[in-house]
Design a protein around this ligand. Sequence first.
Ligand SMILES: Cc1cc2nc3c(=O)[nH]c(=O)nc-3n(C[C@H](O)[C@H](O)[C@H](O)COP(=O)(O)OP(=O)(O)OC[C@H]3O[C@@H](n4cnc5c(N)ncnc54)[C@H](O)[C@@H]3O)c2cc1C
Length: 442
Amino acid sequence: MTATLDSATNSDSILDELRTWLSDNWDPDLTVAQWWEKLGLAGWAAPTLPTHAFGRGVARSVGVQIANEIQAFGAMGAPDGLGLLLAAPTIADHGTPEQIDLYVREIVTGQKAWCQLFSEPGAGSDLAGLTTRAIEDGEEWVVTGQKVWTSLGQSADLGMLIARTNVDLPKHQGISYFACDMHQSGVEVRPLREMTGHAMFNETFLTDARVPNSALIGGKNNGWKVANTTLTYERSGLGSGGSSRGATATPGTIAGNLNKRVGDFVTAPAPKKSSSASTPKKRSGGMFEILSGLAKGNGASKRATVRQDLVRLFTLNEIGRINGERVKVARAQGQDIPGMGNISKLSMSMIMRLTRDLGLTIVGNQGMLHGYESSEQKELSELIGNPFLPAVTTTSLYAQAPQIYGGTDQIQRNILSERVLGLPKDLGPDKNTPFSQLPKNA
Ligand SMILES: Cc1cc2nc3c(=O)[nH]c(=O)nc-3n(C[C@H](O)[C@H](O)[C@H](O)COP(=O)(O)OP(=O)(O)OC[C@H]3O[C@@H](n4cnc5c(N)ncnc54)[C@H](O)[C@@H]3O)c2cc1C
């Protein structure tokens, strides 16, 4: 109890400090680059990072409060994307001071955008089976191979690359982790169009791409450990729904936002300063509110199965919220709840699938109509008189993704059963077998 009270007091004082800082520094006439430079170097862009890595070392829950406060103030939030979510905390944990000063600084100030070059056509769930090779050549590494599912690779300046640096070591031991410059002729990014109509992810071909020794993160052949740090941040970030940063923009040199006026990204006029303590707690997900409203409006709520599914959705959201509170209290007491990251991610997949099925049941035949562009969505909504149809169909088309990315549902269950419940592992080759002697994909 004391720990909880202490952390509440700490978060109150840090939020007071933030409000004063925002009053002194927010200026809508700055460029995006100028604003992110101030925000990042003051430790507000990634406050959960340690203090030696442009952060403030606060708990995740306080990080969310800080992001909400920036939004409530009417200022632009931290740079969006995988740099802040994954690369920065990984480099803060494993990088040298020089690497932190270069890469993390560029991330928190939005100068560079990152992508994740992990998955390959033959290595997804079995990521350690990757075959992309990095061969040492003087002060550099020469990288050849193919990556796939590279989210936002088209707007990335750098990639978190894992590649095999020794085939004679067991498969988990001969991997290294690099910061790979995406602006070079040896890197080709080809978009893959998804059922959502967008091309968020890509396949990436590496042909004699060059990476300097100084970009090796965490040491030679130690990449599996570093990659697992990234995956842990990915699962915990995704399972908790990521952190809401309000108005923001894509960082980096390709997206073209850095020289724009920052005020143009903030739609709402700056409201009066508000304390997060006075903000009412949202007791369920936004889609629950939309779906229950739609069901009441079109009579679908008269069906018992729709009502039951609405209650299931509400219940799952509430369990997620309460579990989040449990984690918060445990962390404030210096403890952890084993497997909670995996459980949160599984729960998010279930919520997405239920939202998809329930939404399509409620809107009925209208669910077959989907506008892929926002202009089409607007026209369609007006035509059929349902402003929420795009939310339902867009969520339905995207619902397949969360059960795959960041480790599939089956893999989350394997982890929970083996590492949390202590059940026996799948049978497989001896883990000390050199990679070069393993049957393919073993
Ligand atoms: C929207 C989205 C974005 C992504 N972004 C990125 C990205 O930016 N960078 C990146 O590197 N990757 C990214 N990924 C890739 C993602 O990490 C992989 O898709 C995922 O790890 C699964 O790998 P796979 O697709 O090769 O499937 P596979 O590993 O081939 O799995 C196929 C099926 O077999 C099951 N399976 C496999 N092994 C086991 C087992 N041991 N026990 C039980 N079942 C098993 C799986 O659960 C799955 O159902 C993204 C994926 C999605 C959907």
